[in-house]
Ligand binder design. Structure first.
Ligand code: C2E
Ligand code: CA
Ligand code: CA
Ligand code: CA
Length: 279
């Protein structure tokens, strides 16, 4: 009995220690990730729910470290937010997206809007709107082609200043999407207050569409409500044909998820989805 307990403790300590060490590692290494070219972007298609035509895509970060391997965003984004490195990372993402947009447009390809994720922590920076505008202007891209995805978070407690920043972002021509809609607490308040164009239904609802009647009712209500407010709705995390058919019946505008495609490299996205501009 005593032995077991001791072993249990040892295991407990070791696992806490290794979690701690891993986090330290990630923290240190993350500071170098941009300079050492370890970050890349993958793009996931967003297609029309009825026609399957590409109408947008989301840029998603990938971090490939030579010894730590490929670290998932769910693990390193929270650390980047804690340490503040996220500011630099999100700016890098926007620059990279604009550069990619330019490469595609130069090749005479028809490119829909590209969505980037902005960490809620950024909304503590009063110059957020102008700094993202400057990045886009420097690269000669059209802000209309960029969608800024934001997620509700506790760091958004100062609603007045968040609202001010969002209005500025909107006035520069960017589109605004609310990410993970339904997962947070004050979602409806956001919908009423924020100048948004697109609403993304959180995957937790989408994935229970065919198994939980409450998720179905909520999803239907979100879609109808959004359409009443002239917003476009994207269902994310669509994995099965059953979910897809359900969303079509409910007149969801766009779908994003494994049933269509996983996030992929820019080369793959170009080959599978982009066509030359007809002249
Ligand atoms: P998110 O913004 O909600 O992004 C959608 C996540 O769902 C992505 O995970 C995507 O790969 C995944 N996904 C797409 N289709 C499906 C599906 O059919 N089923 C399931 N189960 N998952 C699906 P990923 O790429 O691991 O990113 C995780 C989160 O990390 C993102 O969630 C976002 O919050 C954050 N993130 C990713 N890239 C960036 C970035 O550039 N900046 C910031 N600030 N955050 C980012
Ligand atoms: Ca997102
Ligand atoms: Ca999401
Ligand atoms: Ca998210």
């Amino acid at each position: 009995q005593a032995k077991l307990q001791k072993g249990g403790y040892q295991f407990f300590n070791e696992s806490i220690l290794s979690t701690f060490l891993r986090k330290l590692d990630l923290e240190n290494e993350l500071r170098w990730a941009i300079a050492r070219n370890q970050l890349t972007l993958h793009y996931q298609p967003q297609v029309n729910a009825l026609t399957g035509v590409l109408e947008g895509m989301e840029a998603l970060l990938r971090w490939n470290h030579p010894t730590l391997g490929s670290v998932p965003p769910a693990e390193f984004i929270p650390i980047a937010e804690e340490t503040g490195v996220i500011m630099e990372i999100d700016k890098w993402v926007l620059k990279e997206v604009c550069a990619q947009l330019n490469r595609w447009l130069t090749a005479s390809l028809t490119v829909p809007s590209i969505a980037v994720n902005l960490s809620a922590r950024q909304f503590l920076a009063p110059d957020l709107a102008t700094s993202i505008r400057d990045i886009v202007i420097e690269t000669c891209c059209d802000p209309q082609q960029i969608v800024i995805e934001i997620t509700e978070s506790s760091s958004m407690h100062d609603m007045e200043s968040v609202l001010h920043i969002l209005r500025e972002i909107k006035s520069f021509g960017f589109q605004i999407a609310i990410d993970d809609f339904g997962k947070g607490y004050s979602a409806l308040g956001y919908m009423k207050l924020f100048p948004i164009d697109i609403l993304k239904i959180d995957k937790s609802f989408v994935q229970e569409l065919t198994s939980d009647s409450k998720s179905l009712v909520i999803t239907k209500a979100i879609i109808d409500m959004s359409h009443g407010m002239k917003l476009r709705v994207i269902a994310e995390g669509v994995e099965t044909m059953e979910q897809m058919e359900c969303l079509q019946t409910m007149k969801c505008d766009l779908v994003q998820g494994y049933v269509i495609d996983r996030p992929m490299s820019c080369e793959q996205l170009e080959a599978r989805y982009l066509r030359e501009v007809c002249s």
